[in-house]
Design a protein around this ligand. Structure first.
Ligand SMILES: [Fe+2]
Length: 492
C-alpha cells in the first residue's frame, strides 16, 4: 500500500504532494478540461441556479432508487451542490459500516478537491486533484492528508472510525467559510458530536486569516459527491446552506428579554433563531395565557400536587397503574394528559400536559426525530441531554438544563433529541410539551425509543408509543371534583 502524504508546514500545496499529485497537477495546469469532473453535466460548472440544483438532486435520487438492490453504492454516488459557494452542511444517512466518503470539488477545476474518508481503520481529511479520467475517485496515495497542525479529534482518533455492528448513521460535514473550519460528525448534527475538525484560519489582530494563504481554495468548494463502500443505500441527503458553528442553547427567552450580554455569551436564544417547525410550536404554547391556574380553577396546580401524592386519588392511581406496566418503579412514572386531537403531523397527540411528582423521572428517550417545544407551567425540572441511544451511547452531553416556571426549551431532529427529564425538586412539576414532524420528514416515525437503565437501545427494541393517560378536559374535571370535595370536608 502506498503511504499517503501528509500536509505539514513544509508542503505548500498539493502540487508538491508526491508523484501522482505532481503529474496530475501538471496536466491540469496545462489542460484543465482534460479530466472529467465526474459530475452530471447539469451540475458540472458554476452555479446555474436553484432549479438546476434540484435537478442534480432529482437525478441523484433516481440513481439511489436504481441501485437499491445492488451490493455497493461506491460507483453510484449521491450528488449535490453547496448553494452558497464554500459553505454549508452536508448530511446523509449511510448503511455501510465499512467505508464512507465525501468529496467536494471547487468551482475552478484547477484548484484542489476536498476529500473526507472514514473507514474502520481511519478517518481523515485530504486534498488532491479531481477524480480520475473515468470519473472514479482519486486514490488516497495521490492526495495529501491534512496534517496534525490543522486537525483535531475531539473524541479521540478511534471514536472517529467506523465500527462493525453500529449504524446506520447519519454522517455530516460542515464547511464553515467565514471561520475557516471543517467539521465531520455522525449522528445528530451538533457541536458536541464533532469527531474530526480542521481549523484553517488563525486570528491576526482582530481578523481571521488563513494560516497559509494556500488554503484559500476552500472558498471555492461547491460540487458534492457522496459514496459509501459495501452499503446498499445512501438516503436522506440534505445540504443546508449554513455551517454548524455553535449549538443554539436549550433556553428560549422572549424577544423583549434578550440582552447584549446574552448575545455575546449565547446562553439563551430567541424564537427567531429556531428551526421553522420549532417556531410554529413556540407560538402555540409560549403565550402568557398558557397557564395551569386560570380564573375558573385558580388552585389547579395545588390540587394536582395533592392528587398525585395521595393513594386512592385519580392522579396517584394513574401513576401506580403506569408504574406497574413499566417495571413497578413509581418514580419512573409520569402522567401524559393529552390536549386536543392528533392532527397527523406529530408522534401522538401534539399537545401534552405532563405531570411530574417530586422525585419522578423519564427514561433517556428520543422523539422520533420530531421537533418539540416544552414550557414549564409549574415547579421546575432538569433536562439531561445525551449523544445517542445507540452504542457507544448514551453518553451525557454537558450539564443538565434547569427549567423553571415559564421557562421554554426546544428540541429538533438534530438538537437535544435524546433527553431525560427529572424532577429533582421537592415539589410537583407540570410541563406542556408539543410536537411536530419536520417539513422534510416523510417517515413520521411514531415511536419514541428509550433506554432501559441507561443502556444502548438494540436494533429490535420496542419503542414507546406516545399514548394518553387521560384527556385534559376529563382530567381537569376529575381533579376539580376531588379538590372541591376536599375543601368541603375541611370546612366541616
Ligand atoms: Fe421527551
Amino acid at each position: 500500500m502506498v503511504e499517503k502524504p501528509t500536509r505539514g508546514t513544509k508542503i505548500q500545496g498539493w502540487f508538491a504532494g508526491g508523484e501522482d499529485g505532481t503529474g496530475l497537477a501538471h496536466s491540469l495546469r496545462h489542460d484543465p478540461g482534460a479530466l472529467s469532473l465526474g459530475v452530471d453535466d447539469e451540475a458540472e460548472h458554476e452555479d446555474k441556479g436553484e432549479a438546476e440544483d434540484d435537478e442534480a438532486f432529482d437525478e441523484a435520487d433516481e440513481v439511489v432508487t436504481e441501485v437499491a438492490n445492488a451490493t455497493s453504492t461506491w460507483d453510484r454516488p449521491r450528488k449535490g451542490i453547496l448553494k452558497i459557494t464554500g459553505q454549508g452542511t452536508i448530511s446523509v444517512k449511510a448503511d455501510s459500516t465499512v467505508g464512507f466518503h465525501i468529496e467536494v470539488q471547487t468551482v475552478d477545476s484547477t484548484n484542489p478537491t476536498f476529500y473526507l474518508d472514514v473507514t474502520q481503520d481511519e478517518c481523515y481529511f485530504s486534498d488532491g486533484g479531481l477524480p480520475t479520467a473515468d470519473g472514479g475517485t482519486l486514490s488516497s496515495s495521490a492526495r495529501v492528508e491534512f496534517g496534525e497542525a490543522y486537525v483535531t479529534y475531539p473524541k479521540g482518533k478511534d471514536a472517529a472510525k467506523l465500527s462493525e455492528g453500529q449504524g446506520p448513521y447519519k454522517h455530516w460535514l460542515s464547511i464553515d467559510l467565514v471561520n475557516g473550519v471543517l467539521r465531520y460528525g455522525r449522528g445528530y448534527c451538533t457541536a458536541s458530536l464533532v469527531l474530526l475538525q480542521a481549523a484553517l484560519k488563525k486570528k491576526e489582530d482582530m481578523t481571521l486569516v488563513y494560516v497559509d494563504k494556500w488554503w484559500e481554495w476552500v472558498k471555492g468548494l461547491q460540487h458534492v459527491i457522496v459514496k459509501q463502500t459495501g452499503g446498499r443505500q445512501l438516503t436522506d441527503m440534505v445540504i443546508d446552506p449554513f455551517p454548524l458553528v455553535r449549538d443554539l442553547p436549550p433556553y428560549v427567552v422572549k424577544d423583549q428579554d434578550i440582552t447584549l450580554d446574552d448575545l455575546e455569551s449565547g446562553v439563551v436564544t430567541v424564537v427567531a433563531n429556531l428551526p421553522a417547525a420549532s417556531q410554529v410550536l413556540y407560538r402555540n404554547v409560549a403565550g402568557p395565557k398558557i397557564v395551569l391556574d386560570t380564573p375558573d380553577f385558580p388552585e389547579f396546580s395545588q390540587a394536582i400536587e395533592r392528587n398525585v401524592r395521595n393513594e386512592g386519588l385519580v392522579g396517584y392511581e394513574l401513576l401506580r397503574k403506569k408504574a406497574a406496566n413499566h417495571g413497578g418503579k413509581l418514580a419512573g412514572a409520569y402522567l401524559r394528559i393529552t390536549i386536543g386531537t392528533n392532527l397527523g403531523n406529530s408522534p401522538g397527540i401534539p399537545y401534552v400536559l405532563e405531570i411530574w411528582p417530586s422525585g419522578h423521572q423519564s427514561p433517556n428517550h428520543d422523539h422520533g426525530d420530531s421537533f418539540a417545544v416544552i414550557k414549564v407551567l409549574h415547579g421546575q425540572i432538569n433536562a439531561y441531554y445525551f449523544d445517542s441511544l445507540q452504542s457507544p451511547g448514551p453518553n451525557q452531553q454537558g450539564p443538565p438544563a434547569t427549567l423553571k416556571k415559564d421557562d421554554v426549551t426546544w428540541i429538533s431532529n438534530d438538537s437535544y433529541q435524546v433527553h431525560q427529564l427529572r424532577n429533582e425538586s421537592d415539589q410537583l412539576c407540570c410541563t406542556i410539551q408539543c410536537y411536530q414532524y419536520g417539513q422534510d420528514d416523510t417517515q413520521h416515525y411514531e415511536g419514541f425509543r428509550f433506554s432501559e437503565d441507561g443502556k444502548p437501545v438494540s436494533a429490535g427494541a420496542k419503542p414507546f408509543l406516545p399514548d394518553s393517560d387521560m384527556a385534559f378536559g376529563e382530567f381537569k374535571k376529575a381533579i376539580k371534583k376531588e379538590w372541591y370535595a376536599y375543601q368541603l370536608e375541611r370546612m366541616r
